[in-house]
Design a protein around this ligand. Structure first.
Ligand code: B1M
Length: 216
């Protein structure tokens, strides 16, 4: 198989052996971000489709996710880092009840490499923990990730909690994850969170440009 297809296949099949060598070969012609965006994420999309249509069982999805994580970890040191730190601090978490963290961790990498301090709380984080961390680290923004449809409901509840505690204007909130739509965030959630600021990020790079925007 050609290199690109081979890499995509590795994600789909959860085949770790030889991964690093293939990634190193790919790095000779393309940068790390392009490999993730054009090849690895397309493999993850296929995994999601196969799982969604019942053609792939959960343990295999997990294996694919492990290979994806290993690939991102191998590529991370090769990513360009912007000069200067201290552009601002964001508390980042996958919301309560949700274990998906590959996208969140990509957001972490992209923001960290571009001068932001990221306090990554991990998965299944209740709003209390997010608020506590945002206060403790004097965060400039809160970022929530979630991939389950249920998580979009949790995000809405989290915004309601911020409102209820009179904290809606404290932190701009960035939301991302496959179950969200721009319309849901920019119409429904903005309506109920009109005192504060809530933004939708389609991918990690939109997350970065939103951070740049809220920090100016
Ligand atoms: Co799950 N899973 N999964 N899963 N899984 C989905 C999300 C699903 C769509 C698959 C499907 O049915 N086709 C489906 C959700 C359906 C729904 O809610 N309607 C699903 C399901 C059902 C489940 C379980 C319930 C299965 C079960 O137990 N029966 C279970 C849930 C457990 C739980 O959370 N409580 C489950 C478990 C798992 C694994 C553990 C096996 C594994 C996760 C491993 C891990 O993350 N450590 C897994 C995986 C890998 C997936 C799919 C296949 C791939 C997700 C992924 O990593 N994508 C997924 C299918 C899909 O998404 N279509 C699926 C790559 C990643 C880079 O994309 O996270 O979207 P994503 O991030 C993107 C953007 O969304 C954005 O940036 C990234 C790109 O740059 N982004 C942000 C994300 N967060 C952001 C935050 C920001 C900004 C941008 O700012 C704050």
């Amino acid at each position: 198989l050609p290199l690109d297809e081979r890499l995509e296949r590795r994600i789909i099949d959860g085949e770790r052996q030889g991964l690093e060598a293939d990634l190193d070969e790919a790095l000779q012609t393309r940068d790390a971000i392009a490999i993730i965006n054009d090849t690895l994420l397309s493999g993850m999309k296929t995994v999601g489709d196969l799982f969604g249509s019942g053609q792939m069982q959960l343990p295999f999805v997990l294996q694919s996710a492990e290979v994806m994580k290993a690939a991102v970890a191998h590529l991370e040191p090769h990513m360009e880092k912007a000069d200067g730190a201290g552009k601002g601090t964001i508390v980042l978490a996958t919301v309560k009840g949700d274990v998906h963290d590959i996208g969140k961790n990509l957001v972490d990498i992209i923001l960290s490499n571009n001068g932001y301090t990221v306090v990554n709380l991990g998965i299944k984080q209740p709003i209390n923990a997010i608020i506590e961390a945002a206060e403790e680290h004097k965060a400039d923004a809160i970022g929530m990730s979630g991939l389950l449809v249920k998580s979009t409901v949790i995000m809405k509840e989290n915004l309601a909690e911020l409102l209820q505690r009179g904290m809606a204007t404290r932190w701009p909130v960035l939301l991302g994850g496959a179950a969200l739509t721009r319309a849901f965030v920019e119409d429904d959630l903005r309506d109920m969170f009109s005192d504060g600021e809530v933004h939708y990020a389609r991918d990690a790079f939109e997350g970065l440009s939103l951070m740049d925007r809220v920090m100016t």
